[in-house]
Design a protein around this ligand. Structure first.
Ligand code: SER
Length: 309
């Protein structure tokens, strides 16, 4: 039977890719505060401010929602510009979704965490699932706070909340406001033929993954029985690692002309506090999952998506 799925923050970096996947088998109600005419037309996007608990509850009741994917959030670099507002938005949207879901038709919630929860104490060269985390960004702090809430609700059996710590996501949608945005912006600049000013230094290693792998793992995580899930907060996940220098060279080796000027800014400090490599053995084991896109396949696929749009 088709499930009724509510997506908040559906206009953002991840939303449209989840909609495309979830509509294959479900009724999807896509919502955001940014309702562009294009998205209304394509996804029947509806206005919903996830900060308004009463409205979230009304949507749950009206559409008999079974599952919620909560993507309403401000990314790492943008969050630093207005830390308290960003912390409030990132945590309150999620808390409202939880509050509105208790004693309702909602059976499961998906919530994306991030590699931003880690810090220098986490052994950034190879970060295990359960390590010391003292994030130095407000974005990381908001993600870690929500992970603690998830753990509380799961271990007490109050709600079934599932979550993954995403690395940088590579897709044909420019995220805006993230520290890992360069990975998409470089591809974007092939098309615009503009010189790219990269805010991250050439040899900074960060973990990345193709958006389709992120979506597949998340949807799979939402589909398995709770007893298969061994992590009560958020799962580590990973696919490949790269640097801005390597990414630029790969683009050029594929025959594209891309000029890059490296001018590290405040985002460099954020990147330096994030993992270089992630141990994601637990999610691979629990879901019998592995990424389908390696570095080259990811780049080719996203370049192709760009020329189609
Ligand atoms: N990609 C995100 C960012 O750069 C991290 O989760 O903010």
């Amino acid at each position: 039977m088709k499930k009724n799925i509510l997506i908040t923050g559906a206009s953002g970096q991840l939303g449209q890719f989840f909609i495309d996947k979830l509509v294959e088998k479900n009724n999807v109600i896509s919502t955001d505060i940014n309702v562009s005419p294009r998205l209304i037309k394509k996804y029947d996007l509806k206005f919903l401010d996830a900060l308004n608990e009463v409205k979230v509850r009304k949507f749950i009741e009206k559409y008999h929602i079974d599952e919620i994917y909560n993507f309403a959030s401000i990314l790492s670099a943008k969050a630093e510009k207005n830390p308290l507002k960003s912390f409030q938005l990132n945590t309150n949207c999620f808390l409202n979704v939880i509050k509105a879901s208790i004693s309702s038709s909602v059976k499961k919630i998906f919530w994306p965490s991030s590699i931003a929860v880690f810090s220098k104490e986490s052994n950034l060269n190879y970060v295990q699932q359960d390590v010391i985390m003292n994030p130095t960004t407000i974005y990381g702090a908001s993600k870690l706070a929500c992970e603690k809430v998830i753990n509380y609700f799961n271990i007490n059996g109050l709600l079934d909340i599932r979550s993954i710590r995403f690395p940088g996501i590579v897709s044909s949608s420019t995220p805006g406001g993230g520290t890992t945005d360069y990975i998409v912006e470089m591809i974007n600049n092939i098309k615009s033929k503009k010189k790219y000013i990269c805010p991250i230094s050439p040899n900074t290693i960060l973990p990345m993954m193709h958006v389709n792998d992120a979506v597949d793992a998340s949807v799979k995580l939402m589909s398995v029985p709770r007893k298969n899930i061994n992590i009560n907060n958020s799962y580590n996940i990973s696919s490949f690692e790269t640097t801005p220098y390597e990414w630029k060279n790969l683009i050029c080796q594929m025959g594209y002309n891309l000029e890059v000027d490296f001018q590290p800014d405040f985002r460099q400090k954020i990147a330096d506090s994030w993992p270089r490599k992630i141990d994601d053995e637990q999610i691979r084991k629990d879901l019998n999952w592995k990424p389908k896109f390696n570095k080259i396949k990811t780049l080719k696929s996203v370049i192709e998506d760009y020329s189609l749009t």
